[in-house]
Design a protein around this ligand. Structure first.
Ligand code: NAD
Length: 654
């Protein structure tokens, strides 16, 4: 048996189509030797050309550590199955979605691959168990479900068939980590696995509501996007992925199909690909809903069904709440995991909604999941109750995070490292959530100052890596802003230590800090305009206030990088220093903050942040109130006493 990912060296990918060529590229990028196989030379060449094109693009964006040719050198192509798989440790099958075809392929793999190879399928909707039955070694067969496009999408579901061994699943999970993707376990072979199961109600409940004349298409899309923060409306998303795709998945799973979906399929209005679906893309303006269309749409009804689906998966031991939340954020662009959101809404509210709808309509889809009922009966109704899908131990403080590292020193310095050096520390949802969670849960009594820096030696943070629904125009994605707000409002002083690229969302994070120190070679900029976007995390406004209108507009409109020296000159950063003075300069800043009077620093930060948005009179008023309050603190007395005695003060934050 292959027992861990370290044993995997050679990989074969079967299929050079949409998914196959993307998976091949990802695997080769991670340093593995990989053979891509398709049934015809033309298909292989098309796939190979797509990889060349994609590597070129990555190279142009500075995302490759080697040349595209070096990566291509690790890719072999062939139409001969035996040649492709006879000496590999892992096969990833990405052939068309037909059970008989996949079973034939796996039966051949059984003959041709080494006995200890892992046989993985990228199927989206077929049963891993049934595919595995075509082999004599079902324990070595596993689902490895990438999302489209594999190069951009971070998530991979690792799915157990009935016979899959833990060794196979664990080695697959580690392999996924080794190619810089985020795996989640799907512990049972359920239809739709985790992401598509939970995404199902997001798409079909609004379709039922429109079919029953309880809503309009624009109303549903506007409410889900503008009120609940999803990156696309359910109908807009269906038009993008193809209405027929969702239709067939539901038919095959034996689920009832909302009439409006049936109607569209009959009329062959399948979405963007046919020019018309729920919206008209040829004669009309496409998905043209506006925020005001949202008008009274019952978003809780849709989210209650999403949560119910998640509860079924947890209750049936298919996935953990963490896996579901990670899956839906990374695989479907949900603004927050459905279990986290449910705990905030209150599981009792969600259950009551489902029970009302079930009683009213008798429809099976509203029948509450046993696990949800159980949680509510046990009083585990969510965050306010201290436990729901998750436990909320207020006193436990922050936990471990995958995308950031942090350390709190004894003297109260909280050092946060953005820890995705392979992506130049780009902010993704997970990282933003981690920062928010850390700052919200850390005991502020113990923290005196916070620093942010980037892991590796190339970047502070090169931007936002917002993995959302596949292939969606970035402009449609909900812009994440909470993290910038939380950093801005954190009650202790914050410092961004910038050594390398500080771009886009990374620049916005640095601007949300109170102070910024950079190495001379660092680069700053807002490249968003080149994507048809604008800095959406406070960048336009903070740059405007710090650098003035002309300079801020130059930055935002032109999208060019500026040097650290210019950034300092423009008032965007505090210091630009040579590399050999950088750590010392940072230490001087930080020492002053850590040993400074905590209460005075907190009030100074608050009145300066809030005062910036007020007129002078109001600002002065806030300042005098804070001043009066500080006069009564023990720290102020200690400051005065130390001054008199000509010694260093020891502030205690009282
Ligand atoms: P595709 O049609 O673009 O590519 C399939 C390729 O497989 C074609 O080039 C075809 O010639 C080739 N092929 C056919 N028989 C083969 C064989 N015996 N051996 C090797 N190659 C063979 O399809 P796709 O979109 O890449 O989907 C492939 C698989 O990935 C399916 O199982 C699909 O469900 C799954 N998937 C697709 C997506 C998506 O969004 N497209 C996402 C996740 C998973």
């Amino acid at each position: 048996m292959v027992v861990d990912a370290a044993d995997i060296q050679r990989v074969a990918v079967l299929g050079a189509g949409n998914m196959g060529h993307g998976i091949t590229e990802v695997v080769a990028l991670a340093g593995y030797d990989v053979t891509m196989r398709d049934i015809e030379q033309d298909f292989i060449e098309d796939g190979y050309e797509s990889i060349e094109w994609s590597l070129q693009k990555l190279d142009e964006k500075g995302r490759l550590d080697e040349s595209p040719e070096d990566v291509l050198d690790r890719i072999d192509i062939t139409t001969d199955l035996e040649e492709a798989v006879s000496d590999v440790d892992l096969v990833i099958e990405a052939a068309p979605e037909q059970l008989d075809l996949k079973r034939d392929i796996f039966s051949d793999l059984d003959d041709y691959t080494p006995a200890d190879a892992i046989l993985a399928s990228n199927t989206s909707s077929l049963s891993i168990t049934k595919i595995a039955e075509a082999t004599e070694r079902p324990e070595s067969v596993v689902g490895m479900h990438f999302f489209n496009p594999p190069v951009k999408m971070d998530l991979v579901e690792v799915i157990y068939g009935e016979e899959t061994s833990d060794e196979t699943a664990e080695a697959t999970y580690e392999f996924v980590e080794s190619i810089d993707k985020t795996p989640i376990y799907v512990r049972k072979d359920v239809n739709g696995f985790v992401v598509n199961s939970v995404l199902g109600p997001f798409m079909d409940e609004p379709a039922w509501m429109v079919s029953n004349n309880e809503s309009t298409i624009r109303q549903a899309d506007a409410a889900m996007v503008h009120e609940r923060g999803y990156p696309m409306g359910p109908f807009e998303l269906a038009d993008l992925t193809g209405i027929d795709v969702g239709y067939h998945v539901r038919k095959e799973a034996g689920k009832p199909v909302p009439p409006i979906m049936e109607e569209k399929v009959e009329k062959e209005e399948l979405g963007q690909k046919t020019g018309k679906g729920y919206y008209d893309y040829e004669e009309g303006e496409g998905a043209d809903y506006e925020p005001e269309d949202a008008d009274d749409f019952d978003t809780l009804r849709v989210e209650a069904r999403i949560v119910n689906e998640a509860a079924k998966l947890i209750g049936d031991d298919v996935a953990t709440p963490e896996a579901i939340d990670t899956g839906l954020k990374l695989g479907a662009g949900f603004p927050e995991g459905p279990c986290t959101r449910a705990d905030k809404i209150g599981l009792d509210r969600i259950l009551a909604k489902l029970e009302d709808l079930y009683e009213e309509t008798g429809e099976d889809r509203f029948e509450p999941a046993d696990y949800l009922v159980e949680l509510v009966e046990e009083g585990k109704t969510g965050k306010d109750a201290g436990e729901g899908f998750y436990e909320y131990g207020g006193s436990e403080g922050p936990g471990d995070y995958r995308t950031i590292d942090y350390e709190l020193s004894e003297d109260g310095l909280l050092e946060v490292t953005l820890d995705r050096p392979e992506r130049l520390n780009a902010l993704n949802n997970d990282m933003m959530d981690a920062i928010v969670d850390l700052l919200n849960s850390v005991d502020t009594e113990e923290v005196r100052a916070v620093t942010f820096e980037g892991a590796g030696d190339r970047a502070f943070c090169a931007g936002a890596d917002v993995t959302g629904f596949a292939d969606i125009e970035p402009a449609k994605r909900a812009e994440p802003t909470e993290v910038f707000q939380v950093v801005d409002e954190f009650s202790r002083p914050t410092v961004a230590k910038v050594d390398g690229y500080c771009l886009g969302g990374g620049f916005e994070l640095a601007l949300a800090c109170d102070l910024r120190v950079a190495t001379e070679d660092s680069k700053f900029g807002f490249p968003e305009i080149d994507l048809g976007l604008l800095p959406g995390g406070g960048g336009t406004q903070r740059a405007l206030r710090m650098a003035g209108e002309a300079r801020a507009k130059e930055l935002v409109f032109r999208g060019e990088h500026i040097s650290a020296e210019r950034a300092a000159d423009w008032g965007l950063i505090n210091r630009a220093v040579p590399a050999d003075e950088y750590e010392d300069t940072c230490a001087e800043f930080v020492d002053d903050l850590v040993s400074g009077p905590p209460v005075a620093l907190r009030h100074a930060k608050r009145v300066m942040n809030e005062g910036a948005d007020e007129d002078l009179d109001a600002g002065l008023q806030m300042e005098s109130q804070a001043f009066a309050l500080l006069l009564t603190t023990e720290d102020a007395m200690e400051g005065a006493a130390a001054f008199q005695a000509d010694r260093e003060p020891e502030f205690e934050g009282k």
